[in-house]
Each structure stands twice: as structure tokens, then as C-alpha cells.
Design a binder for this molecule. Sequence first.
Ligand code: GLY
Ligand code: MN
Ligand code: MN
Length: 461
Amino acid sequence: MFDADIYVARRTKLQQQFKHGLLLFIGNADSPMNYADNTYHFRQDSSFLYYWGIDDPDLAAVIDADAGTHTVYGNDFTIDDIVWRGPQPTITERGAMAGVTSAGTRDDLAKVLADAVRKGRRVHFLPQYRADNAQWLDRLIGIRVDAINHHASVPLIKAVVSQRAYKEPGEIREIELALEVSHDMHVLAMKIAKPGMYEREVAGAMAGLVESRGSQLAFPIIFSVHGETLHNHDHGNQMQAGQMAVNDCGADSPLHYASDITRTIPIGGKFVGPQRELYQAVLRAHKKALAAARPGVKWMDVHLLACRSLAEDLKAIGCMKGDLDAAVQAGAHAMFFQCGLGHMMGFDVHDMEGLGEQHVGYDPTVTRSTQFGLKSLRMGRALEPGMVMTVEPGIYMIPTLMDKWKAEGKFTDFLNYDVINKFRTFGGIRVEDDVVITKTGSRSLGKPIPIEMADVEALAG
Ligand code: GLY
Ligand code: MN
Ligand code: MN
């Protein structure tokens, strides 16, 4: 945990934004794989970690904005629990580590909330993404499970986003700890990925490295020669010389901050044919985006700058044609770049996505697009110092999309389908780095990981 005063300061700042009501935080429970006692790896809720720091299941916490009290709720281990799971600090001791001086049981929480509901006091809570927590809330405050998220508190969501979006120095240190592991995962993969190996052998080696560092994966590893499938979690292919593997992976820091880095590896050691031009195209877009990212600049505009850069290079190799400004405005480049340039990162790899991207990535000055491609941009609003962003341009050659758009006669002013058709087995290329927005620009986080074509080839050869 961070020092208790960090959690006290965060909660105090939050409380100051509310004159009345209860601010309720529900922590996560263990989640069963196949029966109750055989559980997935436990992951605490990120907003719970941010304000209360306690990394244990079955907790909740309340700030009473009228009374100014902060209380954690959970049940102490019984002797039966201790026999099976070992001794644990009491709820009072756990709360004290986060500067909380008041503690109660889960039954106490039920009484506090029932009393609040009876008196018509507002109970502010965040959107729920786990069914068991939604059910618990239903029992606690009497809102039906399927309606819970319609009643999530927009003022609380906005208040939480207004704090979590700006990373403190200690949070940046945590992200850089996660990035140390990422660095070693990527270097390992570049060194060992060879023709004839199965993707799972490389993915497994990276997962083993993460475990051996006492870390966890921040999200399931993407390691695939079918990098054109953006979130491809299948590792079943045997890799052939001349293919490229997209390696998108990240680790969890000791306090559960994420890293999220992508590199593309030439299987056999050399990028070949059009892979070379298109790798440079993605890298150029990446560098332009990094140079453009600074406070006051809308992330939407950085995204469009990267799209324009990709379109120029795709025109140079004959896949695109015509007026590129018009092409990008119409969304024709989304044949090759179907997603957003990047997203906020912090506790969550897509930071705060559970709170709703509309409140995290957009504001009244930037409306989320409904256009294919642009609609997947998770953030459009202006950058500000302290935000941590991923920068992840890519080119993805998706045969099903080629066939669909060609059959529909889409964007024939901007797309050369005869040339595009030659890329059916090309796969995908992505590079991704994590940056913090500074007062004047951006700073790449973590130890540099080879990204220039020659440096990747030197390790992969
Ligand atoms: N690793 C998932 C992403 O880059 O968004
Ligand atoms: Mn990624
Ligand atoms: Mn990412």
C-alpha cells in the first residue's frame, strides 16, 4: 500500500465534492472458476484500491458526506477461516493501514444503508461490472440487479474520474515497475520466437517470467501471427518464417497498476517484402503521435494525425488513393486501422473503462463518433499533465472486411481493392508505448524496448 496519508488525502478531496449523502464503494469478492472454493486470481476493484488501498476480498467502504466519516466494512476471519487460509489482520487493522479509523461488519453496512434508504438519503455508487456485487447492492439498497447501473451516480463517476485521471508520482513509479517486467517480456519474446515454434510456447514463457517476478498479467497476452485480429487471445498457431507476430502484453505492478506495450516481431529474424514499408509506416505514425501529444491538444486530433500519416504511406504502396484529407474524414483508412490510437492507462489497462468511456474519455467539447473506426477511440478529449496514455497505431489487413467493403462498393474513391487484395495473408502490425503527459509534451515511460526495425531484427535474428 501507499502511505496512509495518500489515501486520506484522496478521500478528503473526494468528500469535499459532496455536501450530502453516502459515497459507497464495493470491493470485489473472490470469483469461482468451477466451484466456490476454487477461485480465479483475486483482483480488487480499482476505485476501491485508489481510495481505500486494501487488497482483500469481501470489503466495502463508505464516506458519509454529511458526517465526514470514513468507514470500512468487512467480517473478521473466524477460526474456521484461519484453519484453512491462515491468520489475517482484522478489519480495524486493515482500515488503519489506509488511515481509516472506523470499521464495521457487513451486517453493520446493511443497517447503515437501510437507514439511509429509509431517510431518503442519496447513496452514491459506481457502475457495477460483476454480477455478485450488483446482487449485493440489490440486497443492500433495494434496486433490482438489472437496473443497478442506471442508478449509478454520475456525480460520483465524474468526481472519481477527476482524481484518477491525473497520476501522482507514486502511481507513475508503480507503472514503471510494471514496465520493467514488460521490457523483459518483450525482449524474451523477440529472442525466442522462431519459425516452427507454437505461439503458446512464447506466450507461456512470457507468462512464466511474469509469475517468477511475483507479478500477474495486466490482461491476457496477445501473441499471434494473426495480429490482424486486434484482441486475439488464441496461441495455437505454429509460426512460419516470413510471418510477423504481434506481441501485446502487460504486467501488474505490486500495487496493481498496469503496463501495456506492443511490439511486432519478424518470425525468422527479418521483415520481408511490404512488411518493411508498412512497419515503417506504423512507426512513423507512432512518432508523429508522440511528438503531437501535449497538454491542450485533443486526443481525437492526435488520433486523426496518426490516421493521416498511415493513409499517406498506404497511398505510397498503392492501397489508398485520392484526396487523403477527404479519405480520413470519411473513415476510409479504417479498412486498415479499425481502432483508436490509444487509451488512458492506470490501475486498469483501459483505465476506468468500467466507469463508462463517455465520462472518462469524452466531455462536452468532444463528442464520440459513430463512424466505423473512430467510434472505437476510447478517448477524444484534450490531454492534460499527469494523464497516462497508450500510443498504439497499427495496420491490420482483415480479409473479411476487405470482402465486405468491396462487395458494398465502399470508398472506391479512396481504396484500391485490387492492391488491397494482395494483403489477405499479411496479418497485422502494431507498436504501443505508454506515456505520461507532462507540462510541455509527453514522456515515454519505462526503459526503452527495441522498436526500430533494425533493433528488433538484431534481437530476433
Ligand atoms: N492490450 C489491449 C490494448 O492495447 O488496448
Ligand atoms: Mn496493448
Ligand atoms: Mn493498449
